[in-house]
Design a protein around this ligand. Structure first.
Ligand SMILES: Cc1ncc(COP(=O)(O)O)c(C=O)c1O
Length: 389
């Protein structure tokens, strides 16, 4: 039979989705793949019922339905603090996943370098490979996941086309400080690179940490390509609604790629999601409060199980240190834990370029009772584990 493309041999299937399958097989509590086990706000569900009855049911405009773009521009203008023209600065995509891929295909030529912080959300590896680019990894050093300024400068000295910035960050829970962002901005300017952001956790930050939109930094609007989505903010990961916000000449390119990739995001879902984009500020405050409670419940379960972790500042993940156990690898540990403890994590090595395998990641976008049940199971970890040092 004919060979498949060389392109696809350079990355493996998603480790996260594999852990979900293992979790389902053993009937474990799945804290691997980051999606909620609770419903979106009533407003969105009601609006969806209305769309089912009254439409639209046919293609929306390829770069996004007008109502959706108008509502999104208003909301993001308020939070990002920049001017956004719904007709010139937005492409609506099938999730942030498509947004990132469409952006990479728009800006990269074969061999272009792209800076990626490691650990990284696994899509960025595939995004760079599929767009013909070459990742240049810069470590975020555990346990605090800070970067070394000289290491980052050396990466910029390789003249990258762009840096990908996931903030708030999956998997680390890091929220970049203004100082760190300004340093990245100064390098992007000096070496004339784009900054491609992934800000899907823009509304999920803790303990007074502030999410600073990169595009809002002085002089950065022109070189920032902001990608985000409604998946996490409105608990609708299955609706597949995301977007790119950027300067018109970039948006023109992304529109072309997006049109041939997917034509467009689902028309009825865009229409129904307008009700989410119109929610008042109190919604975002209560989202933050609700995730803070979930985080506190889960961290307290980790404390009771005497597990060491890095306290997340944002997003809904926590990295746990398993170096006290004698597992051959984090993969072995994760699979064992899923089968015998009944809680499924993701092996941390799947996020790192470096050879780091003493970390696992849990997510806590779950109902409080699910997190409490996971906590009960984690208490049995030490009794059951054969991998003690
Ligand atoms: C950092 C990050 N970016 C993007 C995504 C995917 O977002 P979407 O559902 O909008 O494609 C996720 C999902 O877990 C994520 O963690």
């Amino acid at each position: 039979m004919p060979e498949l493309s060389r392109r696809i041999s350079h990355f493996t299937e998603s480790v996260i989705r594999r852990m979900t399958r293992i979790s389902n097989h053993f009937g474990a509590i799945n804290l691997s793949q980051g999606f909620p086990d609770f419903d979106p706000p009533e407003e969105l569900k009601e609006a969806l019922i209305d769309c089912a009855k009254n439409g639209p049911h046919q293609y929306a405009m390829t770069w996004g339905a007008r109502n959706f773009r108008n509502a999104l521009a208003e909301k993001q203008k308020k939070f990002m603090g920049i001017d956004i023209n719904p007709d010139e600065n937005i492409v609506v995509t099938c999730g942030s996943t498509e947004a990132m891929m469409a952006v990479m295909l728009t800006i990269c030529n074969a061999g272009d370098k792209i800076i990626v912080f490691s650990p990284f959300y696994e899509n960025y590896g595939a995004d760079t490979i599929l767009s013909g680019a070459e990742p240049v990894f810069v470590p975020l050093h555990p346990p605090d996941f800070n970067f070394d300024r000289d290491e980052l400068r050396r990466a910029f000295e390789q003249k990258p086309k762009a840096i990908i910035l996931c903030n708030p960050s999956n998997p680390t829970g890091k929220v970049f400080t203004r100082e760190e962002l300004l340093y990245i901005a100064s390098l992007a300017e000096e070496f004339d690179a784009f900054v491609v952001t992934d800000e899907v956790y823009e509304h999920i930050v803790y303990d007074g940490n502030e999410h600073i939109y990169f595009a809002s930094l002085p002089g950065m609007k022109e070189r920032t390509i902001s990608c985000s989505s409604l998946s996490k903010t409105y608990s609708i990961t299955g609706w597949r609604l995301g977007y790119v916000i950027a300067e018109p000449y970039i948006i023109d390119g992304v529109r072309k790629v997006h049109d041939f990739l997917t034509v467009g995001a689902a028309a009825p879902l865009q229409e129904a999601a307008v009700s989410g984009l119109l929610l008042p500020d109190s919604y975002y405050n209560s989202l933050k409060e609700s995730y803070t409670r979930k985080r506190d419940i889960f961290l307290s379960a980790l404390d009771k199980a005497e597990l060491k972790y890095t306290r997340p500042q944002g997003a809904y993940y926590v990295m746990v240190d398993i170096s006290e156990f004698k597992a051959a690898s984090d993969v072995e540990f994760s699979e064992w834990m899923t089968e015998h403890v009944g809680v499924a994590p993701v092996p941390g090595s799947s996020f790192f370029r470096e050879n780091i395998n003493h970390l696992i990641r849990f997510h806590f976008a779950k109902k409080e009772e699910t997190l409490l049940a996971a906590g009960e199971k984690l208490l049995l970890l030490r009794e059951k584990i054969p991998m003690r040092k």
